[in-house]
Design a protein around this ligand. Structure first.
Ligand SMILES: [Zn+2]
Length: 263
């Protein structure tokens, strides 16, 4: 599933390529035909993101709520791109078009729905209103493993399976440490880390957590197995200490860690 940085990058790119000017909106697959009709011929005011949720504010039309879920894709294409696959929503701007396929959610909603959806989400480190104290409060109330709490979108919005394992490594804590036992200074550092890491994720449009100083090249040029410390690296040597990266099941999801660096 795409993590928050992907959705924020998407919002940024939609704003960059679909403005200004009226949009042509359609639903080639047909499942969003009525919704697309409401958007057709209108202008995009702003695309915004909160965690893994994307909202389109289109002038004179109701808000659109999109969640990509596990397999959804929202892809930028050239204006003459052929219709391929089940395209739920096609938005065509002056220079580019965007095709949405396989979303978990693509709905026309109203302002109250947007408030309800976002009020159920925890603070988002990529948003200006992301509140570190709120993160600390929500985390401190959970007794579940820190790695499970980081996946809970009510605790922090936008973190997924890659970032959660990497954050625990970078903070030097085991992923199965109960969330309410994580020391205060670590919680506050973890928020700052998530702001920095997700911001970099938006810029690079992918997740690279390695310290460029360790690799000897800029973050954007780190590739392959060098990009991450632990995610999907079980059985391989830790980039920092050489110990073997291990795998844990936490809440039916896999989490990776280094037994020497995370104690
Ligand atoms: Zn290590």
């Amino acid at each position: 599933m795409p993590e928050g940085h992907t959705i924020h990058r998407l919002a940024k790119d939609l704003n960059k390529t679909l403005k200004p000017g009226p949009l042509t909106a359609s639903s080639p697959q047909g499942r969003f035909a009525e919704g697309a009709e409401l958007l057709d011929g209108r202008e995009l005011n702003k695309a915004t993101a909160w965690g893994k949720h994307l909202f389109l504010d289109i002038d004179g039309a109701p808000p659109v709520h999109i969640h990509l879920g596990l397999i959804g894709k929202f892809r930028r294409k050239k204006l003459d791109a052929p219709i391929r696959g089940a395209i739920r929503l096609r938005l065509e701007g002056p220079e580019r078009l965007w095709d949405l396929t396989g979303p978990m959610v693509c709905d026309v909603v109203d302002g109250d729905d947007v408030d309800r959806i976002t009020s159920e989400l925890g603070p988002d480190p990529l948003r200006a209103d992301g509140d570190p104290d709120e993160f600390a409060r929500r985390l401190g109330r959970r007794r579940i493993a820190i790695a499970a709490a980081l996946l809970d979108q009510k605790v922090i919005a936008g973190v997924g399976n890659v970032y959660r394992s990497e954050f625990c490594f970078l903070m030097g804590i085991r992923p199965d440490l109960p969330a309410n036992q994580v020391p205060h200074d670590v919680v506050s550092e973890m928020w700052d880390l998530s702001v920095a890491q997700l911001t970099q994720g938006v810029r690079l449009n992918r997740i690279t957590t390695r310290d460029p100083a360790e690799v000897g090249v800029a973050a954007g040029r780190i590739s392959g197995d060098d990009r991450l410390y632990v995610y999907k690296r079980d059985g391989r040597p830790c980039h920092r200490c050489g110990d073997e990266i291990r795998l844990l099941e936490i809440g039916q999801r896999k989490a990776w860690f280094c037994p020497s660096c995370q104690t």
